[in-house]
Design a protein around this ligand. Structure first.
Ligand SMILES: Cc1cc2nc3c(=O)[nH]c(=O)nc-3n(C[C@H](O)[C@H](O)[C@H](O)COP(=O)(O)OP(=O)(O)OC[C@H]3O[C@@H](n4cnc5c(N)ncnc54)[C@H](O)[C@@H]3O)c2cc1C
Length: 469
């Protein structure tokens, strides 16, 4: 690139990471980030009120893959990160009338502590027998892609799937398990099945490695969050980029190819101030649907494929309560709710049990997730009804009585991409079509991972490809 102009559309973690990596690789480049809303960070928003530190969406990131922790290292901010409060039983599963801890050592579908699974009151004896038979089930070498429902029931049986695996995975992807692609979301379990013959055997190997790591003194805490909330990550990245032109209230309405590269047309918040920018490199860090719309007149086929990537909506009901209003002491990070129970809440997260400084002394910060791919109609209910649903769930699970002192309802519409069967092939095809357009890159949570680390990596890779061109 001669003049080195790069325009990034979307000021979420993906777009801002792209700006970060572009600035590092090309210190003299002219970089512009365009964000349609009045806030930076996309879905990552922290609110501080009445002594509570409230996360509107993500409240932490994993250190594996390493891209999120690495960007904090580059920014010199690792001292500003908190680890989760250490406790033994982190996640609980709801039953009709109570809750039980998720068996220890069960990492989604990787069981590294068989005794704990065989001892759990959550499963019947028949389900435990079926679970143990997993070692005898041959790997599936012939199916290209498989749904979560198919993979998990094939390996562990229906009851283990319904009681443990569906709610554990559902809490992350808010997805329809009959459509959720194993290859696109949990390929590591498919690989383990092939490599070790069974996930129980893979769990033994993983446990052996964990014991070795512990013996060597290494400490592996998986999750981190900035002390002052996840929005800090956004602020740190932006503050490290003084030369970047950040424009909020700048909605990109169209993009078009021109001789020098790309022309980007934006409108301001009053729908009047129209701006036309010319740029050599263009990174669309918006959802696949929005990127598809922007590329409609550039490449119809690409736009059509992008439109195939659906997204689910969810509501987050946030409650601040008095610890004494709980019928029982609860120190877990959260409670997942199996969909066979037909309840309204998918999962409950106890923010003040995960990280220090999230609620005033004696108070508890709780977030209930409602909606998702299976119950999308619930997101449109009014705030009062959604708060009632959250309170009812807390009554059933932790004996909550009374009224919360703080309530918030946040709706995220079409913000959680759904990686359906065949998603990986679809994305391979989208990336191949994108290479027909010099200077164009797509990045974001619609493609190869929804977590914060995957989004950061997606921004980094988009910039790498631009530079390689
Ligand atoms: C409720 C919830 C909980 C989550 N919890 C976790 C968690 O605990 N840990 C974790 O790692 N991940 C979590 N995630 C996932 C993760 O937070 C997201 O996948 C990630 O933040 C998405 O970042 P992004 O930049 O790709 O997209 P977004 O954050 O959606 O950003 C896209 C940006 O593009 C802007 N935009 C759209 N159209 C235009 C346009 N035409 N012109 C200009 N700008 C435009 C939007 O306004 C937005 O700011 C959660 C997500 C949700 C919704």
């Amino acid at each position: 690139m001669k003049s080195q102009t790069i325009t990034i559309v979307g000021g979420g973690i993906t777009g801002l990471s792209a700006a970060f990596f572009a600035q590092r690789a090309m210190p003299d480049a002219q970089i512009t980030v365009l964000e349609s809303s009045e806030l930076w960070g996309g879905v990552l928003q922290t609110e501080s009120t009445e002594g509570y530190l409230i996360e509107h969406s993500a409240d932490m990131f994993t250190t594996d893959p390493e891209s999120a922790i690495q960007i904090c290292e580059h920014l010199g901010k690792t001292d500003e990160l908190l680890q989760t409060i250490p406790i033994d039983d982190r996640a609980y599963v709801a039953t009709e009338d109570t809750i039980h801890p998720v068996p220890r050592g069960l990492s989604l579908m990787l069981p590294s502590d068989l005794e704990s699974i065989l001892a759990t009151p959550l499963l019947s004896e028949a389900a435990k027998d079926r679970f143990q038979a997993e070692e005898q089930i041959a790997p599936n070498d012939w199916i290209q892609d498989e749904s979560l429902l198919s993979f998990a029931t094939r390996r562990f049986g229906r009851e283990v799937y319904e009681t443990l695996i569906q709610p554990l995975v559902g809490g992350i992807y808010t997805a329809d398990p009959e459509k959720l692609s194993m290859q696109a979301t949990m390929a590591r379990f498919v690989a383990m099945e092939k490599q070790h013959g069974s996930l129980i055997q893979a769990g033994r190997v993983a446990r052996g490695k964990a014991i070795q790591r512990e013996a060597s003194g290494a400490r592996y805490g998986m999750f981190r969050a900035p002390k002052q909330g996840i929005s800090e990550l956004i602020r740190w990245i932006m503050e490290s980029l003084p030369k970047v032109d950040f424009q909020i209230n700048s909605s990109v309405e169209s993009v078009a190819k021109v001789d020098a590269g790309w022309q980007v047309t934006t409108v301001g918040s009053d729908s009047k101030a129209v701006q036309k920018l010319e740029t050599e490199g263009l990174v669309l860090a918006t959802s696949a649907k929005i990127s598809g719309r922007l590329l409609q007149s550039v490449d119809g086929e690409l736009a059509k494929d992008l439109a195939k990537i659906e997204a689910a909506s969810s509501a987050v009901v946030i409650l601040g309560i008095d610890r004494e209003q709980l019928g029982q002491e609860f120190s877990g990070y959260g409670i997942i709710v199996p969909s066979i129970l037909n309840r309204d809440v998918i999962a409950t997260s106890f923010g003040s049990n995960k990280f220090a400084g999230r609620a005033p002394d004696g108070k508890v910060l709780i977030r209930c997730f409602i909606g998702g791919a299976l119950r999308r109609e619930l997101v449109d209910l009014d705030d009062k009804k959604l708060v009632e649903m959250a309170i009812e769930e807390l009554r059933l699970t932790v004996g909550f009585q009374g009224k919360p002192e703080l309530t918030r309802v946040i709706r995220w519409r079409n913000c959680m991409p759904q990686y359906h069967l065949g998603h990986r092939d679809l994305v391979d095809g989208i990336e191949a079509l994108t290479t027909n357009h010099q200077g164009l890159e797509l990045a974001g949570n619609s493609y190869r991972g929804v977590g914060i680390p995957a989004c950061i990596e997606s921004g980094a890779k988009a910039v790498e490809r631009l530079i390689a061109e």
